[in-house]
Design a protein around this ligand. Structure first.
Ligand SMILES: [Zn+2]
Ligand SMILES: [Zn+2]
Length: 361
């Protein structure tokens, strides 16, 4: 019996050493587990902190209120950098089991499948692919749109195709038409191989409001667009979704302070947004050589923690969900939750979360 005890002890020690000690546990935590991570010795564009794993020692969580019929799923929380653990920017709002997509980054179908697999019981009724009929684009940067061809064309290989209504800045309608032209050979082949030529249509809708207006409404949601500013793009939007029980706002990519983001996010339950470290901006691999140059250039494209805190406080936002984070630092001093701390230190008093792919809020 004594030997048996030793064997059991060895087994438990071995199992214990396989489990990362910093995994956050929670009753709502899924079984999905992030791979352990070894910091690379050589930093290249593929091994920058931006491309590291989730850097949060936890599994995806369901943090949405149990009673709400409006669920935010952070499908893709990555940047353009090819982080294998974070897909390109995409979110899903599910209201009364009807899904609405916001942005379509790289890996969109895989992100949707991942969310369905790790949150199946909660999300399955709202994640039936033929229900994915609405997509709202915050702006036409490639990292937010490169998933559209996949969204529209991947179902060619399935039994059905999808009818999509795609709303976005000027150029959306042309982009959708060009996608179908670019993949004409594949589409024609699929139809000649017996796929339904009547399915799989998508229509792009250019939003032409001067400042803001109603883009879409149905029995579940009212969607308003607010013009914003993001680097040199002339046309970018924040979206405000109002359902019967929640207001969820998607800022899109940021930039300098803009009163329209405050208007879009007024009294929101959740603001899905982004920020870049100011404290450690010297480690950003772009934007110039000095800290001053980097701040000037990077904060044309993104919210500084101070600007984000100001916007969220002025708008009386209840909770910020950070995605698309640029949390630079040296490899040695990297802190996974540093951006949340920077936004809090800048004066934001509400709840703040650092999202990962597959979370529900
Ligand atoms: Zn952008
Ligand atoms: Zn972006």
């Amino acid at each position: 019996m004594r030997n048996f005890h030793i064997i059991l002890l060895l087994v438990s020690l071995t199992l214990g050493s396989c489990t990362p000690s910093n995994i956050e546990t929670d009753d709502n935590s899924s079984k999905y587990n992030n791979d352990p991570f070894v910091k690379p010795a050589v930093i290249t564009p593929l091994t920058l902190p931006d491309a590291w794993p989730t850097n949060i020692g936890r599994n995806p969580l369901n943090r949405s209120p149990a009673t709400t019929r409006t669920k935010l799923v952070t499908l893709g929380t990555g940047m353009p950098s090819p982080n294998p653990y974070r897909a390109g920017p995409s979110h899903l709002l599910i209201v009364n089991d009807q899904p609405y997509l916001i942005d379509a980054g790289e890996g969109i179908w895989r992100s949707i499948a991942k969310a369905a697999l790790i949150n199946g019981d909660v999300l399955t009724p709202g994640l039936s692919p033929e229900k994915l009929n609405y997509l709202f684009l915050t702006h036409l940067h490639q990292d937010h749109t490169v998933g559209i061809p996949s969204l529209l064309l991947n179902p060619l290989n399935w039994i059905f195709r999808i009818q999509q209504e795609i709303y976005g800045p000027q150029g959306t309608e042309a982009m959708v038409k060009h996608i179908f032209s670019a993949w004409k050979i594949d589409i024609d082949a699929a139809i000649s191989d017996g796929h339904d030529p009547a399915g799989g249509r998508a229509t792009g809708h250019d939003i032409l409001f001067a400042e803001d207006g109603l883009v879409y409404r149905d029995d579940n949601v009212r969607v308003e667009a607010f013009r914003t500013r993001h680097a040199s793009l002339r046309d970018t939007f924040a979206y405000r979704f109002t359902s019967k029980d929640r207001i969820v706002v998607f800022s899109g990519d940021g930039g300098p302070y803009h009163a329209n983001i405050v208007r879009a996010a007024k009294d929101a339950d959740v603001l899905v947004t982004e920020t870049v470290t100011e404290e450690n901006i010297q480690y950003a691999p772009w934007g110039g050589n000095t800290v001053e140059e980097k701040k000037k250039e990077i904060f044309r494209f993104h919210f500084s923690p101070g600007v984000l805190a100001r916007i969220a406080n002025e708008a009386n936002v209840r909770a910020i969900v950070l995605a698309h984070e640029q949390n630079y630092n040296s490899g040695e001093d990297y802190q996974a939750t540093a951006l949340m701390e920077e936004v809090r230190a800048a004066g934001f008093k509400g709840e703040i979360y650092s999202a990962m792919d597959g979370d529900i809020y």
